[in-house]
Design a protein around this ligand. Structure first.
Ligand SMILES: Cc1cc2nc3c(=O)[nH]c(=O)nc-3n(C[C@H](O)[C@H](O)[C@H](O)COP(=O)(O)O)c2cc1C
Length: 246
């Protein structure tokens, strides 16, 4: 059925009302629905192909030295979507769990892990637009709020276009108290050092995946926190738009 719809489209169906005399209306609706489904499937396959191409390109040159050499801030992106798998790989690179006791990809003062990761999804084939929170222990996402917030985030980031244009925006927040309860005022410094570790991991993973990103520090904290739907003890430290290379 799907192949037939792809090959023949909905020929014989009137574009809208009134109903076509050639094909009964209900059959046309069915064909249109099948066509929409087939198109969505095609988009997904295209994105997977893009992703595989990008990985092949970088796999050829994936030594750490090469990743470091190729890392660059990228502020313009292709329109093509990311895949959910790519999003998860970026988040895992930042804060993924790598030891049974809870050790993560990035170091953390006193292993107190003050960072929280959010992702504002706009253009990902198998993730609907919305804000999601990353849970390192389960390596999974939970929905915080539905809807595309990239434009709002861009406005809160002094109108920086890259924030609206990225397929996603990763937002790194910190709960300072988690670290400062042990280290006092010096804990603030530790949290800022840690966000750099996590962001650099994302940078290198993006190069490995053949994606582009820029790490953004210029934004209004309270506006970003509100748009993302952060809890009151979380403060945003970085906004990182990521997209496919042009
Ligand atoms: C803490 C920090 C904040 C930054 N904030 C922004 C920003 O708000 N907007 C932006 O376009 N780039 C931002 N950048 C990226 C720098 O402009 C970029 O790293 C620099 O120009 C060097 O280029 P490169 O990353 O390609 O080596 C930031 C980088 C850092 C480390």
């Amino acid at each position: 059925m799907l192949t037939a719809v792809l090959l023949f489209g909905t020929a014989g169906c009137a574009p809208a009302t009134p109903p076509s005399p050639a094909t009964p209306d209900s059959e046309c609706d069915l064909l249109r629905a099948e066509l929409a489904k087939a198109n969505a499937e095609l988009e997904k396959l295209k994105a997977q192909l893009e992703s595989a191409r990008a990985e092949i390109t970088t796999a050829k040159a994936a030594s750490l030295e090469d990743l470091l050499r190729h890392r660059r801030s990228v502020r313009d992106y292709a329109d093509a979507p990311l895949t959910r798998d790519e999003v998860m790989k970026l988040l895992w690179a930042a804060q993924g769990i790598t030891r049974a006791w809870g050790g993560r990809t990035a170091p953390s003062a006193g292993a107190l892990y003050p960072l929280e990761l959010y992702v504002a999804v706009g253009n990902v084939v198998d993730l609907s637009p919305g804000v999601y929170k990353y849970h390192p222990r389960e390596n999974k996402l939970t929905l915080v709020k539905e809807g595309d917030v990239r434009t709002a985030l861009a406005l809160a980031s002094l109108g920086q276009r890259s924030v609206a244009d990225g397929a996603i925006d990763i937002v790194i927040a910190a709960v300072y108290e988690r670290t400062m309860v042990k280290y006092g005022a010096r804990g603030e410094r530790y949290v800022h050092i840690e966000v750099g570790h996590a962001a650099q991991n994302i940078c290198l993973q993006a190069v490995a995946l053949g994606l582009g990103l820029v790490t953004i520090g210029a934004f209004q904290d309270s506006a970003v926190a509100k748009i993302i739907g952060m809890s009151p003890d979380e403060a945003p430290l970085y906004v990182i738009p990521v997209g496919r290379l042009e």
